[in-house]
Design a protein around this ligand. Structure first.
Ligand code: HDL
Ligand code: ZN
Length: 442
């Protein structure tokens, strides 16, 4: 066969040829980013630019840790001054060797800025002439991100106003919704007044939720599913989360909400429920958005949900490193379970490599290796550059082991596997085609 002519069916026979092709394929394959805190260009909540990059809560925690600046003094600073403080503390007075610091530098380089100049003022003005739409187009192109799944909380006043505003323009098809249910499942009594004001006839329920209340919650969910057209429902949960849990009134109501409202609605609309388990909210309240911690959770909750509701689909990410192996093992047991991402404190190359290798060894390509969790638009550039490097490395390593047996992956098989890992398997799991409207997709 002419060496210069490579068809999809042509096998990759050498390690160097294979590694090079895998790296190219991972770079060129657009990704579906299945969990972010980003918003469309027309949303007032979309964050972008160097000052927001530097004021990412990961960097706030790292900077305040090595400073004696009182927390409240920091919070009273304007954004730009916060960014100045973080730049001086983590980039000038120390080397930016942490993952979140390196991410800022990868992002600046990805935007074509000269990082060797260390010119914060220059970085602030470099892209000032771009409109927000041009900025979004530029970042999505550099990061090679095809779809961004947002986090949409109907109990958040700004979010509600945006989605209820009649004047809102056409939706940007690249920004997909996820209906986030933390207040409903974690703060039920507090959301009752909001639901009543919005016209849902619900009662707090001293001895559990009555049929009318459950029916009205399902109507609330249906209204927001119809409005947002989410690709999944989601909730973040503490390490203590158990299912079923009747240990107290609050836990019993949460169990009832899951069983008799959220999961029936998810089934009715064919939507997965994403469980993000293991976050200890506000271990240091003085750090505010940067104040959350991590705890090992009980994998039995995931086992019980997957076993009890075989007609529901569950996407699960867990925050503790110690939960990762057992999550992958449970995924081997339940085809309605999709493990996803190296979430938050796990999104560091040493752990992403360990977790992604372990998942591929146990699950093949039937998992979602990463989501960005980006809060600032520009972060997509570093989150995906860093993730792609590891995904390419792990996949190449596995293919190399196959080569050693005599198995020769073909180019089209590598392209198929990479497409699966960067969103294809997620879409297959959800049973939807990206961008298809609801009727087609069911
Ligand atoms: O609850 C979540 O979705 C978490 O991702 C939090 O938003 C967290 O603050 C975060 O941004 N992690 O990356
Ligand atoms: Zn998140």
């Amino acid at each position: 066969m002419d060496a210069a002519v490579h068809t999809g069916a042509s096998p990759l026979t050498s390690v160097s040829e294979l590694r090079s092709f895998v790296r190219q394929t991972v770079e060129k394959t657009p990704v579906t980013d299945i969990h972010t805190h980003l918003y469309p260009p027309d949303s007032p909540q979309l964050l972008f630019g160097i000052d927001e990059l530097l004021s990412y809560h990961y960097l706030i925690a790292e900077a305040l840790r090595v400073s004696d600046l009182p927390y409240e003094t920091f919070w009273e600073l304007p954004r730009r001054k916060q960014a100045d403080f973080i730049w001086a503390t983590l980039f000038v007075n120390r080397s930016p060797v942490s993952e979140a610091c390196r991410g800022v530098l990868t992002t600046l380089a990805g935007l074509g800025l000269d990082v060797s100049r260390r010119d914060l003022e220059g970085y602030r003005t470099a892209l000032a002439d771009l409109s927000i739409t041009e900025y979004v187009d530029r970042v999505l192109a550099v990061a090679n991100v095809r779809y961004v799944v947002m986090t949409n909380d109907p109990f958040d006043p700004t979010e509600r106003a945006y989605w209820l505003s009649a004047g809102r323009g056409a939706r940007d098809p690249r920004f997909l919704a996820a209906l986030r249910l933390d207040p409903l499942l974690l703060a039920w009594p507090r959301v009752v007044p909001q639901l009543v004001v919005a016209g849902y006839r619900v009662r707090t329920g001293e001895t559990g939720l009555d049929a009318q209340t459950l029916g009205e919650i399902r109507r609330f969910l249906a209204d927001w599913i119809e409005r947002l057209e989410p690709v999944y429902l989601a909730v973040s949960l503490p390490p203590e989360f158990a299912y079923p849990d009747h240990s107290g009134k609050e836990e019993a109501i949460r169990t009832q909400l899951i069983e008799e409202a959220v999961l029936p609605s998810a089934r009715q609309y064919g939507l997965p429920l994403a469980l993000m388990i293991g976050v200890k909210r506000q271990v240091n309240p003085a750090l505010r958005v940067a104040g959350d911690g991590v705890g090992k959770a009980a994998i039995s909750a995931v086992e019980h949900l997957c076993a009890s509701f075989p007609e529901n689909k569950f996407m699960v990410t867990m925050l503790s490193r110690e939960n990762q192996h057992e999550l992958a093992v449970v995924a081997r047991k339940f085809r309605n379970l999709l493990p996803f991402g190296c979430w938050w404190f796990l999104n560091n190359p040493s752990l992403v490599t360990e977790i992604t290798r372990m998942r591929m060894e146990l699950l093949g390509t039937s998992f979602v290796p990463q989501h960005s969790d980006a809060r600032v638009l520009d972060q997509l550039i570093y989150k995906w550059a860093h993730a792609r490097a590891i995904i390419a490395e792990v996949l190449s390593h596995q293919y190399e082991l196959l080569l050693a047996t005599g198995w020769q992956p073909t180019r089209s098989e590598v392209e198929r596997d990479v497409e699966a890992l960067l969103g294809g398997y997620f879409w297959e799991f959800t049973g939807r085609r990206p961008g298809a409207d609801r009727q087609d997709a069911r």
